[in-house]
Design a protein around this ligand. Structure first.
Ligand code: PEP
Ligand code: MG
Length: 874
């Protein structure tokens, strides 16, 4: 028979998966001999079973709970519903990973009309007894029966008004008794039944409510944001109550062993006398600083400090603790590794190493790589953010915070920024034409598009905040306005975006700049010692490449050459190329582009100082580049000597039903080999020149052919690349080496990777397209239906953000195996957006990839994740 329930005396900290963090630590504190009110933990597996049984607690689990209650009564010497010594308990959730405030808690369970009288008489403190009772009715109604809190709060406010008092603590025993009656009447009115009096019935209902709360909307969102699988479930802790609300010799509080904001080593926390549970954080009364406990109750304070030190020594990490003082007796209700800011995380890790508490690899392993985002991008001022309510939430596509005036076009973004305004660019979706506007914006908000949409990918590359796919917006671009959450926003109105959470706020929230603390490079240095996988960057411009180098990139894994065509007036020549009707016309236009491309590549090689540079040949469908404005069309007609009508016809002819599956990738080079020829010339000539200036650098361009699905496509293009490259190298009398490889981003490429591998020097997984084509989800439109997939639990995560290891991952594994079987020297990386996602990085490490490549600002995150994967595998 499975064991579903553990007494606190039966568990330990190592049983976190089964007992949840809270349960495991309550057991551990018990075995350390700390004062912990005793009780039991119902396992996370019982929660999973509850859902499997159709949201029911089965008989076996029920029996074990009953046995545990019996044991608990023995241990505590109290009994549920007893007239002499009644047992009251708290019922709290506790998942494997802490999810503060996401799930439910019920206190003072076990009270009814009779028990409250017993408590009142025995304690000689009727006020306390009735306070407990009214709190219990309130919490039970709210959490278990979902009668909104507000009804009870209204009754409390009414009572306080009638009695002429301001604070809850000023209500008398009689008042609280009267309130408890009113609460029960409210309950009966809303639910249609009497408030349950049997403590065991109360308990079973409360346990079910905690299990249910695993699936509440805020928990679901929190899990998705923090990579916590739904399948983990939550444990439930049933613990004897310790009462902080028994009068002025009782109290409750929370404390951290180090400052969770800065990491400074000193005890931090707050407490409130004559209070319970949420009172400390609810803000109704102002709590006192933990240091003041020294004056209020010196012995308790000393005992508490002792326990804090003991716990930190034991767990070797900063602890976040909850405690209660019941009539001068201290009780520990919880300890856990405290949540902390990124700065604090780095400082604490380094300090713990310096204090000899942990080793360097432990320090590397204890930092959440996702947290580093906040060090690299501006963030909202924490205080101002507390006061703000989001008006909507969409995809957090590129982290950081942005606040600015709304503009609706890239040109406006540029113009407004030039006159010193801070702007947020709001678009239906962005296209390559918007790049300059995007660069000039504090943040970007789009109505359409997913995590690998143009806006998302480009914004991440720039390190600019982006929220994408906000389908709640009704857009009126023509009139420069949109409606969101019932409000109309016009050009110039302020809006604030959080690119990490996807939250959108009305008006201005001040931002603070990113600060990289001194400990950052220390931790990264340690990470580099353990990491076996290289980390490259996706960079399209020398400026991005330099930024990425400064953040530790060890090469370029993807240069999307198309992004280079939007600077200055290069786009004009490019448009001439697109609208060419003969090979000669196209070659003429390409000749204009060649020197510009060559210059770009020279600057990239320079920026990379001999580290590998992978240059991908033109990939996107050509119509992305055609002019849309009348004026641009006229200009193109003039330079090409064609009529405006003809240009419009040519533009029309480029339109496709399904551009993502259309005339793009290597198909462009197959139809217009002259494009690939020009790009080869630019890549090779630039490399020859830079190698000549820096003979000691290892300049070895890696030419990457996109969207290959058949080995013959690759062979066709490779032949022309090799012919031109070898000719150029010979003519220059250079010893330059170069490689030709391909992206693996079409399922067929993965399935035939042996044939393709025979032709390739390297593979790079383009998991954006590979995800798109494996699922058959458009990467630009998936945002429209993914929410429904989350709600129905078909998906827990966005497969464009976090690699689908089961499906897409299987194709990668196969491609790697087949590719290496054909070419043992094949080197393999990933350059889809997943290359910067910690769990996907871990997967790539396990697969045995040589490198991951990600946008510049994610390089430190990927490095840390790669080191953690290596440490975990030792
Ligand atoms: C990919 O498909 O994963 C990739 C990196 O290419 P792009 O995003 O440019 O299509
Ligand atoms: Mg691709």
């Amino acid at each position: 028979m499975a064991k579903w329930v553990y007494m606190f005396t039966e568990g330990n900290a190592g049983m976190r998966n089964l007992l949840g963090g809270k349960g495991a630590n309550l057991a551990e504190m018990t075995s350390l001999g700390l004062p912990v009110p005793q009780g039991f933990t119902i396992t996370t597996e019982a929660c999973t079973q509850y859902y499997e049984d159709g949201r029911m607690i089965n008989d076996e689990i029920m029996d074990q709970i009953m046995t545990a209650i019996f044991k608990m009564e023995e241990i505590t010497g109290k009994k549920f519903g007893d007239k002499e010594n009644p047992l009251l308990v708290s019922v709290r959730s506790g998942a494997r990973a802490s999810m503060p405030g996401m799930m439910d808690t019920i206190l003072n369970l076990g009270l009814n009309e009779e028990v409250v009288e017993v408590l009142s008489a025995k304690s000689g403190n009727p006020r306390w007894a009735w306070d407990c009772y009214r709190r219990f009715i309130q919490m039970f109604s709210d959490v278990v029966m979902e009668v909104g809190k507000k009804y009870f709060e209204e009754l409390i406010d009414k009572m306080k008004k009638e009695k002429g008092v301001i604070q809850d603590v000023d209500l008398s025993a009689e008042d609280l008794k009267e309130l408890a009656d009113q609460f029960k009447a409210e309950y009966k009115e809303k639910i249609g039944r009497d408030f349950p009096a049997d403590p065991k019935e109360q308990l079973m209902e409360a346990i079910k409510a905690v299990f249910r709360s695993w699936d509440n909307p805020r928990a679901n969102i929190y899990r998705r944001d923090n990579d916590i699988p739904y399948s983990w479930g939550t444990a439930v802790n049933v613990q004897m109550m310790a009462f902080g609300n028994m009068g002025e010799t009782s109290g409750t509080g929370v404390a951290f062993t180090r400052d969770p904001a800065t990491g400074e080593k000193h005890l931090m926390g707050e407490f409130l006398m004559n209070a319970q549970g949420e009172d400390v954080v609810a803000g109704v009364r102002t709590p006192q600083k933990i240091d003041q406990l020294k004056e209020v109750m010196p012995e308790v304070y000393d005992q508490f400090v002792d326990i804090c030190n003991k716990l930190e020594d034991h767990y070797r990490d900063m602890q976040d603790m909850e405690f209660t003082i019941e009539d001068r007796h201290l009780y520990m209700l919880q300890t856990r590794n405290g949540k902390r800011t990124a700065q604090a995380a780095l400082k604490i890790a380094c300090d713990l190493v310096d204090e000899g508490m942990i080793t360097e690899d432990k320090a590397v392993a204890m930092i959440d790589p996702r947290n580093l985002d906040t060090l690299l991008h501006p963030q909202f001022d924490a205080e101002a953010l507390k006061a703000a309510e989001p008006v909507a939430r969409a995809l957090g596509a590129s982290p950081g915070a942005a606040c600015g005036k709304i503009v609706f076009s890239a040109e406006d973004a540029k113009a407004w920024a030039a006159r010193g305004e801070k702007v947020v660019l709001v678009r239906l979706e962005t296209s390559p034409e918007d790049i300059e506007g995007m660069k000039n914006a504090q943040g970007i908000l789009t109505v359409r598009g997913g995590m690998t949409s143009h806006a998302a990918v480009v914004a991440r590359g720039m390190g600019t905040c982006c929220v994408s796919g906000c389908g709640d917006i009704t857009m009126d671009e023509a009139n420069k306005k949109f409606t969101l959450a019932g409000k109309e926003y016009s050009e110039g109105d302020f809006i604030s975006l959080d690119g990490s959470t996807g939250n959108i706020y009305d008006g201005q929230i001040p931002t603070v700049d990113a600060t990289i603390a001194g400990e950052f490079s220390r931790i990264m240095g340690w990470a580099d010692k353990y990491r076996t996988m290289k980390v490259r960057t996706n960079a399209d411009t020398p400026a991005d490449a330099k930024k990425a180098r400064s953040l530790g990139a060890e090469g370029i894994g993807l240069c999307r050459t198309e992004h280079m065509f939007f600077e200055g007036n290069r786009i004009d020549a490019f448009r001439e190329m697109i609208c060419a009707e003969t090979v000669e016309e196209r070659e003429k236009a390409l000749e204009k582009i060649l020197p510009e491309q060559q210059k770009d590549f020279e600057a990239l090689y320079e920026a990379l100082e001999g580290n590998p540079v992978t240059i991908r040949f033109l990939d996107p469908p050509l119509h992305e580049f055609v002019p849309t404005e009348e004026e641009d069309i006229r200009k193109l007609a003039e330079t090409t000597g064609k009529t405006v009508e003809r240009i419009k016809e040519l533009i029309d002819a480029l339109k496709e039903m399904n551009p993502m599956l259309g005339h793009r990738g290597c198909r462009l080079a197959v139809t217009y080999p002259e494009i690939a020829k020009m790009q080869t010339l630019a890549v090779i000539r630039a490399a020859i020149n830079v190698k000549a200036v820096h003979p000691d650098w290892r300049v070895c361009p890696e030419i990457m052919i996109p969207l290959v699905g058949d080995a013959k496509e690759l062979k066709f293009i490779k032949n022309l690349v090799v012919e031109i490259a070898d000719r150029e190298i010979a003519a220059a009398n250079s010893k330059l080496k170069y490689e030709v490889g391909t992206m693996i981003e079409i399922p067929r490429a993965a399935l035939t990777a042996d044939e393709i591998g025979a032709e390739a020097d390297f593979f790079c997984f383009g998991t954006n397209d590979l995800t798109q084509m494996t699922f058959g989800f458009s990467r630009d439109d998936a945002g429209k239906f993914l929410n429904a997939y989350y709600d129905t639990k078909i998906f827990e995560n966005d497969p464009f953000a976090r690699l689908d290891q089961t499906g897409v991952g299987k194709l990668m594994e196969l491609a790697l195996k087949l590719g290496k079987s054909a070419n043992p020297n094949l080197h393999v990386g990933i350059c889809g957006e997943h290359g910067g996602d910690p769990t996907s990085v871990e997967f790539c490490h396990k697969l045995g990839l040589d490198y991951v490549s990600c946008s510049p600002f994610r390089v430190p995150i990927a490095k840390l994740a790669a080191a953690q994967a290596a440490i975990a595998q030792r």
